[in-house]
Design a protein around this ligand. Structure first.
Ligand code: ATP
Length: 247
């Protein structure tokens, strides 16, 4: 099972330089963390992979499924960076609604919504309206939405942004269970928290891949003498510096 972007070009404005040009990427198995400075192209890459946006050139495929087809949309789940609450829906209704949009029948979506909320430690808020949840709680509802329909690939855009340190930890500890049988691509600025947990690390800047490989190879960029617990951050900063990016 491989999700691939093949020679993709994508720009938001026709008169501007594309964010991604002739960009190719194959998502490895397990958990891949996607890093890069603000504006690097992380969300753009995730939106193409999620078939939310279509490339102007090139193609996006998951095995023999092309992005945009119903089969592809069911197989791939996406959690956007900005989750808009639907204020009148409860957390469980919101998650079930996403499941229904992805093709589940109503009964299934309702049942799986509860399970997904348990997995993000939010069962006690299942009946609260999403308009009354905090930013971090709403993100966890978003993650539950990505889990509800049993996708084979999860694309999570900054899932831990706005979570308190305890919830970040819970999320991190649960991440391994999520990746048992699915591939996960997760963008984050929580380099210290998440990069060392990953199987693979991809670093992008200016729509270009600066690093793509297993976590061990990424951590080899850690400068000597780095304080324990800071290896991932130091490796990331060194990688950017080595590529001429002011970090
Ligand atoms: N809707 C949009 N319209 C026009 N330009 C956009 C839009 N979304 C993103 N861009 C531009 O595309 C480039 C890449 O943005 P993208 O959101 O993919 O970066 P990112 O790596 O996810 O950044 P961040 O870490 O800040 O979320 C940036 O220059 C950004 O200004």
């Amino acid at each position: 099972m491989t999700l691939e972007l093949r020679n993709c070009t994508y720009g938001y404005r026709r008169w501007k330089r594309p964010v991604l040009s002739d960009f190719s990427y194959a998502l490895p198995d397990g958990l891949t963390v996607l890093l890069g400075p603000n504006g690097a192209g992380k969300s753009t890459l995730l939106k193409l992979a999620a078939s939310v946006n279509r490339p102007q050139a090139g193609e996006v495929v998951l095995d023999d499924m092309r992005a945009g087809t119903p089969a592809y949309r069911r197989a791939v789940a996406w959690m956007p960076q900005d989750i808009a609450p639907m204020p009148t829906l409860t957390a469980r209704e919101y998650v079930a609604y996403i499941g229904w949009l992805k093709g589940m029948n109503r009964a299934d979506a309702w049942k799986q919504a509860r399970k997904a909320l348990v997995r993000v430690d939010l069962a006690d808020k299942a009946d609260d309206r999403t308009g009354q949840l905090s930013g971090g709680q709403l993100r966890r509802v978003g993650v539950a939405g990505a889990l509800v329909h049993g996708a084979r690939v999860l694309l999570l855009d900054e899932p831990t942004a706005g979570m308190d340190p305890y919830q970040r930890r819970v999320f991190r500890d649960n991440l391994r269970a999520l990746t048992d049988d699915v591939r996960v691509l997760l963008s984050t600025h929580d380099v210290a928290d998440l990069a060392e947990e990953a199987d693979h690390v991809t670093v992008v800047h200016g729509g270009r891949i600066l690093h793509h490989g297993d976590t061990k190879a990424f951590l080899r960029h850690t400068p000597p003498g780095t304080v324990e617990g800071r290896a991932a951050e130091a490796a990331y900063t060194a990688l950017l510096r080595d590529n001429g990016v002011a970090a």
